[in-house]
Design a binder for this molecule. Structure first.
Ligand code: ARG
Length: 459
């Protein structure tokens, strides 16, 4: 069955039929399709396009299809249709006979598919957001379990300054919290009704679009029928939000791939999220994290193809747009699954606090603290920086840490060396607790961040 057979000969090319079908992809819109159809039938009734009896029969037919689909998880297997909209109309004809032909009065698949994709996206965003909130909760729980652990902070992946492990985790909390906001923004913009826009120009039937919007849970009615039937900005925005989630996840994954390597040894992945080697018996590989990192590339690809799809398209609807859904669905699925696995990796990660502390002592991470103490004695920072730099160079040469220096060795490079400077050099704890500006890594600032995180999660 086709929704457009009249002006065509019977010649069809089965290869092209397969090439052009979207049922294999858009069948997941079935619940949205039925919901929009139900609301549309009601609206056609109110507009006196359908009689009350017709509205009842069509609604009953749609309900029957709903039950059919619900009771068969594999309802779509072996079904042939150009798209999900065609399938529903086909099926409705089996339920209610020729009356089914009235269903598509005053509308087009152009406004229909735009409406359903928006509906679907709105509900998927809720699912994704709840997954991200689980991830955030697990990050906070891990931070609280290790709220005094100190680790080396890196820039350029070179040892920089000591930080609290909880502070490190809360950095990821910030990223994913921003992602939640991006999904909210995206959903708010997607929250307008296309139905009533017809194929491009509106409809001659007097449907009340505001009422239809309310019935379908949309906040507003789209102002311009040409725009809304050909707008897929919301698809690009949603995939962009997914791509940023994945980018953040890939950074976390990369960190922990590195931190779980024995040379670092800060974290140990749960066995359930690691795999072994078929050849090397000793291997434990962080495949969960590697896959998350890899899937980030895939979602980024979906983002570029979604924007490329729209670039240069003439107004209004073009069939190109059918390609939007495979990318959108894949980006949403991949992101949802990656977030779920990441949340579990976080929940089962083991932390080696002693090892982190040991490595913190190695990389001259307190060098800045020594220089800052010199500044407090009145030495210009540029000069302090130079003196401490020379001291570090000497230690590196001698293969010793800052705390192993004798006072006389230190004084050769830093004439004003003192107990205070020695304390600054030797204590990562001191280094951390001194960084007490808002947002800094001191225990009291991190406790404050944790309280803010709790408030965020309970709001
Ligand atoms: N399957 C199509 C899509 O997903 C539905 C709209 C088709 N409209 C059309 N005029 N051929 O975009």
């Amino acid at each position: 069955m086709k929704l457009w057979g009249g002006r065509f000969s019977r010649d069809r090319d089965p290869d092209f039929e397969r090439f052009s079908e979207s049922f294999s992809v858009d069948q997941r819109l079935i619940a949205c399709d039925l919901a929009v159809n139900r609301a549309w039938v009601q609206e056609l009734g109110r507009a006196r396009v359908l009689q009350a009896g017709e509205v009842r029969s069509l609604s009953r037919g749609l309900d029957a299809i709903g039950r059919y689909v619900k009771s068969r998880p594999r309802w779509a297997a072996g079904q042939a249709a150009e798209d999900v909209h065609t399938w529903v109309e086909q099926r409705l004809e089996r339920e209610v006979g020729p009356l089914a032909g009235k269903l598509r009065t005053g509308r087009s698949r152009n406004d229909l598919v735009a409406t359903e994709t928006r509906l679907y996206l709105k509900s998927e965003i809720s699912n994704l957001k709840s997954g991200i909130r689980d991830l955030l909760r697990n990050l906070v729980a891990l931070a609280k379990r290790h709220d005094h652990a100190i680790m080396p902070g890196y820039t350029h992946l070179q040892p920089a300054q000591p930080i609290l492990f909880a502070h490190y985790l809360l950095a990821y909390f910030e990223m994913f919290a921003r992602d939640l906001g991006r999904f909210d923004d995206c959903r708010a913009r997607a929250d307008e009704l296309p139905m009533g826009a017809g194929a491009l120009a509106g409809t001659t039937f007097r449907v009340d679009r505001m009422r239809l919007a309310r019935a379908l849970g949309f906040a507003r009615v789209a102002r311009n029928s040409l725009d809304v039937t050909s707008d897929r900005d919301f698809v690009c925005e949603a995939i962009a939000a997914c791509a940023l989630v994945m980018t953040h996840l890939s950074r976390l994954a990369e960190d922990w791939i590195i931190y779980s390597s024995p040379a670092f040894g800060f974290v140990t992945l749960g066995d359930a999220y690691s795999t072994g080697s078929s050849l090397m018996p000793q291997k434990k590989n962080p495949d969960s994290l590697e896959l998350i990192r890899g899937k980030a590339a895939r979602v980024l690809g979906r983002l570029t193809s979604s924007i490329a799809l729209l670039k240069g398209l003439p107004l209004a609807y073009n069939r190109d747009m059918q390609e939007d859904k495979a990318g959108l669905f894949d980006a949403l699925d991949t992101t949802r699954d990656s977030v779920k696995i990441a949340a579990r990796v976080v929940a089962t990660l083991r932390i080696d606090e002693a090892r982190m502390k040991e490595i913190t002592a190695l990389g001259f991470l307190t060098a800045t603290d020594v220089a800052d103490e010199l500044v407090r004695l009145g030495v210009p920072f540029s000069q302090a920086h130079k003196q401490v730099g020379k001291l570090v160079r000497y230690c590196e040469f001698q293969r010793m840490t800052l705390s192993e220096l004798t006072d006389s060795q230190a004084r050769k490079f830093i004439p004003r060396w003192s107990i205070r400077l020695r304390a600054a050099a030797a204590s990562p704890e001191r280094s951390v607790s001194r960084r007490n500006t808002v947002g800094g890594t001191s225990p009291s600032q991190v406790a404050r961040q944790l309280r803010a995180a709790d408030r965020f999660l309970s709001s």
